[in-house]
Design a protein around this ligand. Structure first.
Ligand SMILES: Nc1ncnc2c1ncn2[C@@H]1O[C@H](COP(=O)(O)OP(=O)(O)OP(=O)(O)O)[C@@H](O)[C@H]1O
Ligand SMILES: O=C(CO)[C@H](O)[C@H](O)COP(=O)(O)O
Length: 307
């Protein structure tokens, strides 16, 4: 039996990991995907964390040894007995027996923090929205879904900042793809832009053939060269106001490179690409999201050919 393909989605709290995970699972077909959230590997419940004075972002607040063991087991196709942390109650519940499907998406705060964990992934994504947007998303989500007041969330964000800097943000350097959704600077009807940093750690589609490295700065889809954390990278930017024609052109090119993608991005079929419900229930639909999902799914399907 061939092993599952493992996608990592790492980023700070409310960076959009669960939302992106849901969207990709929808595109690949829920029946083909096992999703794991590494919040389940917290060592202490909400009350204990407050008593000890430790944040959920600190490595010592998480069973990273068990997390990495489980990732290795999943990668070799074996089942795990996963702990369960409830965000509703802030306590632990009974563990769940999990057998990996064809694809496994592992999302969470500290997924790239150990070498053994990093070795388990086929594709590593890091989510990095601007901090102001993340704070807005966290306030909304934690007040609607996790029983916090706005003041508590803002205070918690301040308390967490040193751990975010020390333990979360450095993990960006291990990712193959950095995804930053951000508010548009142009009139885009409220749609977010996306900036995708493509590291040469995995082979990306030859986008220069379709976008061109010297794309004019005013075009809605741009490709350029840059440095990220000191290393050279390609950067693909898609504005929220990109038109369907512009996006379909890029989609077709990526799909032609990998025939396995034909079901995912056939522009005439009713594709799931670019649609997802956020963790607070709102419908999110955009071309920048569609292209982000398509690139990630491209890498996951490509990885199936390599095993
Ligand atoms: N691409 C997006 N476009 C618009 N809104 C988004 C997007 N991603 C996330 N959000 C908003 O941010 C909120 C938080 O996102 P989400 O729950 O996915 O974050 P998370 O990284 O999984 O958080 P945590 O690690 O704390 O569980 C969502 O409820 C949604 O409102
Ligand atoms: O940073 C987080 C990732 O989701 C959470 O705050 C952490 O998991 C603790 O959860 P809760 O605040 O629900 O007790």
């Amino acid at each position: 039996m061939s092993r599952p393909i493992i996608l990592g989605i790492v980023g700070d709290s409310a960076a959009g990991k669960t939302t992106l995970t849901r969207g990709i699972a929808q595109v690949l077909g829920e029946e083909n995907v096992t999703t794991i959230c590494t919040d389940d590997y917290h060592k202490y419940d909400r009350t204990q964390r407050a008593q000890i004075g430790i944040t959920a972002l600190h490595p010592d607040c998480n069973h990273l040894d068990i997390m990495q063991q489980h990732l290795s087991l999943l990668r070799s196709g074996q089942p795990i007995l996963k702990p369960n942390y409830s965000h509703k109650t802030g306590t632990f519940e009974a563990p769940t027996y999990i057998k990996p499907s064809k694809f496994v998406i592992v999302e969470g705060l500290l997924g790239y923090s150990t070498r053994v964990a990093r070795d388990a992934y086929d594709v590593k994504v890091y989510l990095a929205p601007p901090e102001t947007l993340r704070a807005q998303w966290k306030v909304k989500r934690d007040t609607q879904k996790r029983g916090y007041t706005e003041e508590q969330v803002l205070e918690e964000l301040q308390k967490r900042e040193p751990d975010s800097e020390a333990y979360i943000r450095p993990q960006r350097s291990w990712s193959d793809l950095v995804v930053s959704f951000c508010p548009s600077t142009t009139d885009s009807n409220g749609q977010l832009d996306v900036k995708l940093v493509l590291r040469p750690t995995i082979p990306h589609p030859e986008l220069t053939r379709v976008v061109g490295e010297d794309s004019p700065t005013q075009s809605a889809i741009r490709l350029g060269l840059d440095r990220d954390m000191g290393k050279p990278v390609d950067v693909l930017e898609i504005d929220g106001h990109a038109t369907k024609d512009q996006v379909v052109h890029l989609e077709r090119f990526i799909c032609d490179e990998l025939p396995a993608l034909s079901n995912v991005c056939n522009p005439t079929s009713d594709t799931e690409l670019g649609k997802v419900s956020g963790t607070t229930g709102e419908m999110i639909q955009s071309y920048p999201l569609a292209m982000t999902q398509l690139l990630i799914v491209y890498h996951m399907l490509k990885a199936t050919k390599a095993i």
